[in-house]
Ligand binder design. Structure first.
Ligand code: SF4
Length: 681
């Protein structure tokens, strides 16, 4: 029996070919064991209504389930809109809801047969909701079919807010093909559309994309023919974050000693190294120093500043020799992968550091650290914006009593229409004591509110600005900075869920929130940014050191700095514990896991009514504790970095250097002029 595809399987396959190979393997196994299909174990999602008439759905069990439920709820919102737009006419349903499948009792194919008797497309309902199709080896459920022009236009509801993705379009093209093949229609729809989370509908002309679908169809036929025998390999990609095969693929990569685990490696670097025969982390680390040196010498003829920084290298070399005494020098002598020497040297050092940790079974806190030389740090900062001048260990400001340590918690899809920063948490010194402050973007009843989010952001910027000005007015003037550790998990979650363009930069987040606000607030923010008040410690770490770790995320670096979350007897990293169940164990660096945990908890707290559960204040407390741990860890990491600078001889006499004026000066001037204009007239 040939394998059956579905739009979601095809979408995953477009990102990762290996996914389908594993799916086919599981289908084969399930069939051999008499279970039909590997995904035949679906259960019906029961939607009910509460006393107020609002929809209630069962609480999600994990992060992937949460995403699915958000999708179902968005679909229901769209259905409500269709019902408003197409009221029933003379006893006939304008919006026909296809009877649901009973997964416990029937197969997809039996359900389709049941639905088609009588065929809803033949009956001619204006709107058909959740029509199942099986056509030429693909099966799928079209969210909506809109009748018009002698055919039906497929419309799918998606959580994405900024626009449809290629995978969405191909699902719709399949439905267009299935509608055309339906005996009651026999006409290809001219358009398909995506009902976005923003409430907008994005339409596409089928004729413009049909070539794409036809080509894909041919390719898919071959893929189905080969089935589980395809010689595919797992490759890290955007689907891994929500893929059910993560554990399996990760363990394969570990067994192979894959280059994927080298911190900071890009897929392009990985491919170039593999083409040159350097297929494992150990092979890369084992490149002899003389080979690397010869590449650097060659490069320096072209006047590029790359160095091995002798002392540190000797130390790494020695440690490395202890764990890897023998290398295949002949093989490695002539190697020349197609990547820049600078990148190769960085990855080579990184591989060595990680191998030293691995072979010595070192705990994260004991990982070897290699600080760049002053010249290397300056080289790294050469083309950066002037306002980022503090983001290097050489220029990292000393701690003062006026500093702030800040962290946000955000939910990328609190509703299909909007994301929210629901918690601004920070540390400030009050009466000689560091106090944790938590500002929630919530209304008086404790529910998240976008207007209050903006108010909190504005109030925070004003607070920073006044504090900064007070410090400047002191005699002598005092330094004041806002330290944070950038939110990589925010953009990772954004990619996994809705939109690919979510910014992880704290400054960008503030700028976006104040974009439509008072000009004066934006002037304050720009002045703070221009003066280097915001300091991203992740950037400082990246620009100043390499560590024998798979990631430089806060959860790793805080341990190097000596921060121990388990010491917080009350906090006990509740969110982190919950999150490891919420999304298949950490995607190697823990970023997604941690972020997903806070989102999951806040979803159940803030949207509890949707799930028919009481609001549980403990969830909010757990998030606040987790957030506090983050700002505490950020502060400790700042102190640790300064200590390392004091101790490292190579970094002696480091100090803040004057930076050239940046584009912000002009922008601030421009905004000030606008305000004057508004005030005067
Ligand atoms: S975990 Fe990643 S590599 Fe493995 S099948 Fe899933 S998407 Fe592909």
């Amino acid at each position: 029996m040939p394998h059956m595809l579905s739009p979601s399987k095809i979408t995953a396959w477009m990102v990762c070919e290996h996914y389908l190979t594993l799916k086919f393997r599981d289908d084969d196994r399930a069939r051999r064991n008499g279970f039909g299909n590997s995904d035949q174990n679906k259960t019906n999602e029961v939607l009910t209504r509460n006393e107020e008439g609002d929809l209630v759905i069962s609480p999600p069990t994990d992060f992937a389930d949460l995403l699915q439920k958000k999708g179902i709820l968005h679909e229901q919102e769209c259905l409500k809109e269709y019902r408003k737009e197409y009221p029933d006419q003379e006893g006939m349903n304008s919006v026909f809801e296809v009877p649901q499948a009973v997964w416990e009792k029937e197969t997809f194919s039996n359900w389709t047969k049941r639905v088609e008797d009588p065929n809803p497309l033949e009956v001619g309902y204006p709107i058909i909701f959740q029509m199942p199709f099986i056509h030429k080896g693909i099966r799928g459920i079209a969210d909506f079919l809109e009748e018009g022009g002698g055919t039906y236009k497929p419309v799918d509801s998606k959580l994405s807010r900024t626009g449809a993705k290629p995978g969405h379009l191909l699902q719709l093209l399949f439905y267009a093909e299935a509608v055309e093949a339906n005996p009651a229609i026999s006409k290809r729809p001219s358009e398909v559309a995506v009902a976005l989370g923003s409430g907008e509908k994005e339409s596409f002309k089928v004729s413009e994309f049909w070539w794409f679908w036809s080509r894909l169809r041919r390719k898919l036929e071959k893929v189905v023919e080969i089935g589980a025998n395809a010689q595919t390999k797992p490759k890290k990609c955007s689907h891994c974050g929500i893929c059910e095969y993560w554990k399996e693929c990760e363990s394969e990569w570990r067994k192979e000693d894959s280059l994927s685990f080298i911190s900071g490696i890009h897929s392009g670097h990985k491919e170039a190294l593999e083409e040159a025969g350097i297929t494992t982390m150990a092979k890369l680390a084992s490149l002899p120093k003389k080979t690397i040196q010869s590449l650097i010498d060659e490069e320096q003829e072209e006047a590029s500043a790359v160095s091995l920084t002798a002392d540190m290298e000797e130390e790494i070399e020695e440690n490395f020799r202890e764990v890897m005494p023998k290398t295949d020098d002949d093989f490695l002598e002539e190697i020349r992968p197609e990547i820049k020497t600078k990148q190769l040297v960085r990855l080579w050092k990184q591989a060595r550091l990680q191998l030293i940790s691995r072979e010595n079974n070192l705990e994260i806190k004991d990982a070897p650290i290699h600080f760049f030389s002053k010249a290397e740090m300056k080289e790294k900062m050469k083309d950066r914006d002037a306002w980022k001048r503090e983001e290097i260990l050489l220029h990292l400001p000393e701690c003062t009593d006026y500093d702030i340590y800040l962290d946000f918690e955000g939910h990328p899809f609190l509703t299909p229409q909007s994301e929210i920063i629901f918690l601004f948490g920070y540390l400030e010194k009050v009466d000689d004591e560091w106090i944790y402050q938590e500002k929630w973007s919530e209304d008086k009843q404790g529910y998240p509110d976008k207007d209050i989010e903006k108010e909190k952001a504005k109030a925070l910027v004003r607070f920073f600005y006044e504090r900064y000005k007070e410090c400047q007015a002191m005699v002598p003037p005092q330094e004041m900075h806002v330290y944070h550790y950038n939110h990589t998990e925010r953009s990772l979650l954004g990619n996994l869920t809705t939109d690919a363009d979510q910014s992880s930069s704290m400054v960008d987040i503030f700028q976006n929130m104040l974009a439509t606000e008072d000009l004066s607030d934006r002037v304050f923010l720009d002045e703070l940014v221009e003066n280097g008040v915001f300091v991203d410690l992740l950037a400082v770490v990246r620009n100043s050191l390499q560590a024998g770790l798979e990631s430089l995320s806060l959860k790793f670096m805080e341990q190097v700095a000596g921060f121990d979350r388990s010491l917080d007897q009350e906090g006990l990293s509740v969110v982190a514990e919950i999150s490891s169940d919420s999304i298949a164990d950490s995607r190697s660096d823990g970023d997604i896991t941690q972020g997903a945990g806070a989102v999951f908890e806040y979803e159940l707290y803030a949207n509890h009514a949707i799930y028919g559960i009481p609001r549980d204040e403990n969830r909010k407390r757990a998030i606040a504790k987790y957030n506090k741990e983050d700002v505490d860890a950020t502060q400790l990491l700042h102190m640790w970095l300064l200590e390392q600078r004091r101790e490292a001889e190579s970094l002696e006499d480091a100090g803040v250097e004057d930076a050239p004026p940046s584009i912000f000066s002009e922008r601030i001037q421009e905004l000030k002029e606008k305000i004057l204009e508004q005030v005067s007239g």
